[in-house]
Design a binder for this molecule. Structure first.
Ligand code: COA
Length: 201
C-alpha cells in the first residue's frame, strides 16, 4: 500500500462547514488566544507544559509561537472562527500528521464564552472529513485520527463522541500535570471508514 508523504509540508487550508470557518492560526489571533489561555480548563488540559510554565502575560505568545507556521512542520493548526467576524473562538489541531503513516492526533479547546454550541464536535467533524479526503481531492488521505482526554473531562468526551470518535479504551496514567499528578485518559478514534457524524442542527 502506498501512503501519502510530505507531512512536513501541509498546505495551509481553510474550511467552511457546520456554520464555522476553520483557517490557519495567525499572529493577529493573540487577543483571542490570551482570553482562552486565561481559562483554567484550557490552561490545565489543552495548553501544554511550555505555556503553563510561562508568565501569564506571555502565554498567548508562547502558544502562538508553536502554531503560527505549524503547517510546514506537520500540524494542521486551525483557528475555529465564527464566519460573521472571523474572531477565533476555538482551536482544532491535527498534529503528527503521517508520523505514523496515514494517521494524526487531534487536540482542541473552545473559549469559555463560545461553549455550549457544540463548536468542538462541529470543528472536529469538519477537519476530520477534510483530512480523510484523498490528496487529489484536497485532503490529507488519512485513515485514522485519535485523541484523548482525562477521564473526568466529560465535555471533551461528549464532543469527541458527537464527532464520531468512538471510545477505544483507557490509557492509564497517560496525562501528567506539571506538579506530577497523573490522570487516566480515554482514547477515542475515528477511521476514514467509520460512519460520518450525525448531521448538526
Ligand atoms: C471540552 C471543550 C472543548 C468542549 O467545548 P464545546 O465544544 O463548547 O462543548 P459543549 O459545551 O458544546 O459541550 C459538548 C457536550 O458536552 C456536554 N458537557 C460540556 N461540559 C460538560 C460537563 N462539565 N459535564 C457534563 N457534560 C458536559 C454538553 O452538555 C454537550 O453535550 P451534548 O453533546 O449531549 O449536547 C471545552 O469545554 C474546553 O475548551 N475545555 C477546556 C479545554 C479542554 O478540556 N480541551 C480538551 C482537552 S482533551
Amino acid at each position: 500500500m502506498a501512503f501519502a508523504r510530505g507531512a512536513d509540508l501541509l498546505a495551509p487550508t481553510t474550511l467552511r462547514a457546520h456554520g464555522l470557518l476553520l483557517r490557519p492560526v495567525v499572529a493577529a489571533d493573540e487577543p483571542a488566544v490570551a482570553r482562552a489561555m486565561a481559562d483554567p480548563g484550557v490552561l490545565r488540559w489543552a495548553a501544554g507544559m511550555a505555556v503553563i510554565a510561562a508568565p501569564p502575560r506571555d502565554r498567548a505568545a508562547v502558544w502562538l509561537s508553536a502554531r503560527v507556521g505549524a503547517w510546514s512542520a506537520g500540524t494542521a493548526a486551525f483557528a475555529v472562527t465564527d464566519p460573521a467576524d472571523d474572531v477565533m473562538i476555538g482551536y482544532l489541531g491535527l498534529r503528527d500528521v503521517h508520523r505514523t503513516p496515514d494517521q494524526a492526533v487531534a487536540g482542541y479547546w473552545v473559549t469559555p464564552s463560545a461553549r455550549g454550541r457544540q463548536v468542538t464536535a462541529r470543528a472536529l467533524d469538519a477537519a476530520s472529513a477534510w483530512a480523510f479526503e484523498p490528496p487529489h481531492a484536497g485532503g490529507l488521505g488519512l485513515h485514522r485520527i485519535h485523541l484523548d482526554h482525562v477521564l473526568h473531562n466529560v465535555g471533551s468526551c461528549r464532543a469527541a463522541l458527537r464527532a464520531g470518535f468512538a471510545e477505544e479504551g483507557v490509557m492509564r496514567d497517560s496525562f501528567i500535570e506539571p506538579d506530577g499528578t497523573r490522570h487516566d485518559c480515554h482514547l477515542h478514534a475515528r477511521l476514514a471508514t467509520d460512519p460520518p457524524a450525525r448531521p448538526f442542527a
